[in-house]
Ligand binder design. Structure first.
Ligand code: FNR
Length: 183
């Protein structure tokens, strides 16, 4: 049997992103158990409901990827105590046109890294409210609010701390259960 497919959305568009690094580390931890399908959000236009009747190609691609996945992983930074606008834009596009949301009935796990002490806790809390409204069931625990440094994860997503690797294993175990158990 093939591994479940997880649509991966990273809230940062930066090529030096610590959230991309965290996503790599989660992907390495889940190797062989989950297949990740990265979703590009940087090429989506800003949401405009005038385009609902003729969705842009990038939006159609986003919706196809979401509909085809078994679960979703969102790894995001916190911007000004909330989620980045690029991520919110992708969530809005996926939810439209009205009545044709690609998100409905999906399951998702969320994680985030910041350079600050609160490690994206507020952004993730805002994100959970939005995902609940979109009818997405989210993994409640373990929470991954992280301050990622070179000592925690290297540039290739290799985890350098044993305790943190154990936490990622628990996170992946719970995500596998979530996507393989009907909700
Ligand atoms: C930030 N940063 C930040 N960090 C945080 O913990 N809470 C916050 O509210 C904010 N706000 C914020 C706003 C904006 C516009 C930027 C650019 C940055 C810092 C942020 O955690 C840091 O830049 C991370 O490195 C961003 O993640 P990526 O892009 O490296 O994945």
């Amino acid at each position: 049997m093939s591994a479940p497919t997880i649509a991966l959305l990273v809230g940062s568009l930066s090529s030096h992103s610590i959230n991309h690094r965290l996503a790599l580390a989660i992907g390495n931890t889940a190797m062989g158990r989950l297949d990740f399908d990265p979703i590009s959000i940087g090429d989506l236009p800003l949401y405009n409901r005038d385009l609902d009747t003729e969705l842009p190609g990038t939006v159609l691609r986003l919706k196809r990827q979401i509909k085809a996945c078994d679960g979703i992983l969102i790894v995001t930074p916190e911007y000004n105590r909330s989620l980045p606008s690029a991520l919110k834009n992708a969530l809005d596009w996926g939810s439209r046109p009205y009545g044709e949301s690609a998100w409905q009935g999906k399951v998702a796990a969320i994680a985030g890294a910041s350079s600050g002490a609160i490690g994206t806790a507020i952004a993730q809390s805002h994100l959970r409210i939005i995902l609940t409204h979109l009818d997405i069931v989210t993994l409640p625990q373990p929470e991954l609010y992280l301050r990622v440094t070179d000592e925690l994860i290297d540039a290739n997503g290799k985890v350098l701390d044993e305790q943190f690797q154990a936490l990622l294993h628990r996170f992946v175990d719970r995500l596998v259960s979530l996507v393989t158990t009907p909700v």
